[in-house]
Design a protein around this ligand. Structure first.
Ligand code: NAP
Length: 251
């Protein structure tokens, strides 16, 4: 018979976790090479957007973990769609996070790497103009040459495929820059390509106790079916929100 255990105790004895406790739990095991942590928030019915953005999902506890995950990252990796839809600005962490990073031998702010097959990002946006360090744009040889050239003025433009992003090349490019601890903040197209290439090491999934209907995307979107099994390695709660962490099962 398969074992079923209680995840949430019914006693009031659960200890409230400090930021330091959480940072310890989200530490990567010792090791080298690129590891990609994908962070998403989802509704109970699997939607990752409400009204086209993720903001209405997750609440305070999810935002707290979102910020703490950035503290640990060498680089934040993001799909261009999410940068456009969510109005991303420059990759900057707050002063407390920057101080924590410096004390732990990291750069003051994580690097920022964006994936845009068409090189369709505004070089005049805050992502580039106010960036503490020159962002990286991963793109394709097939992208418009003028757009690539305009982005090359404000970013390091790295071609990682002819007509499709080659995740092996993208990962090698990150490793060559010693950007090994990768936090991918979405979105669904990029996540799908990473799962498809079997490049996701860890999935942090916040499950909000909300059913939203509609036809918002799931965290995978626009790819053929595949199967990647993960192991549950942590489960935390904040009221009705579950903070789940899964590691890719390799055996
Ligand atoms: N709930 C959450 O945790 C969460 C997290 C992130 C995003 N979201 C939501 O997801 C929505 C955006 O979805 P999305 O699927 O459009 O996001 P996305 O993956 O960030 O963006 C897709 C775009 O990024 C580029 N891209 C990503 N992967 C690529 C690949 N493998 N090859 C080539 N180009 C690639 C392409 O840009 P170009 O068109 O420039 O070529 C593509 O059109 C937003 O509404 C956002 O709010 C939710």
């Amino acid at each position: 018979m398969s074992e079923i255990t209680e995840l949430i105790t019914t006693s009031d004895a659960a200890t409230s976790l400090s930021d330091d406790d959480l940072l310890r739990r989200y530490a990567w095991p010792a090791g080298d090479g690129v590891r990609i942590r994908l962070n998403f928030v989802s509704s109970l019915d699997g939607a990752v957007t409400v009204g086209g953005v993720s903001g209405p999902l997750g609440g305070e506890a999810d935002h707290r973990v979102f910020d703490l995950l950035r503290r640990r990252a060498h680089v934040v990796l993001l799909g261009a769609g999410t940068a456009r839809d969510e109005g991303y600005g420059a990759m900057r962490v707050d002063d407390a996070s920057a101080a924590w990073r410096e004390a732990h031998g990291l750069s003051r702010h994580p690097a920022f790497a964006l994936v845009s097959g068409r090189a369709d990002l505004d070089p005049g946006s805050d992502v580039f103009v106010s960036a503490p360090t020159r962002p990286i744009v991963f793109t394709l040889a097939s992208a418009d040459a003028d757009r690539r050239a305009a982005l090359a003025e404000v970013a390091e433009v790295v071609v990682v495929g002819e007509t499709e992003i080659d995740m092996t090349r993208l990962v090698a490019a990150l490793r060559a820059r010693s950007l090994c601890d990768v936090l991918c903040e979405g979105g669904p197209h990029l996540a799908s390509a990473l799962f498809d290439a079997d490049a996701v090491t860890e999935l942090c999934l916040s499950l909000d106790a909300l059913v939203v209907g509609g036809d918002g995307p799931r965290l995978t979107h626009g790819v053929a079916e595949f199967s990647r099994r993960f192991r549950l390695c942590d489960a935390l709660r904040s009221d009705d929100l579950l903070l789940l962490r899964y590691r890719r099962a390799r055996d």
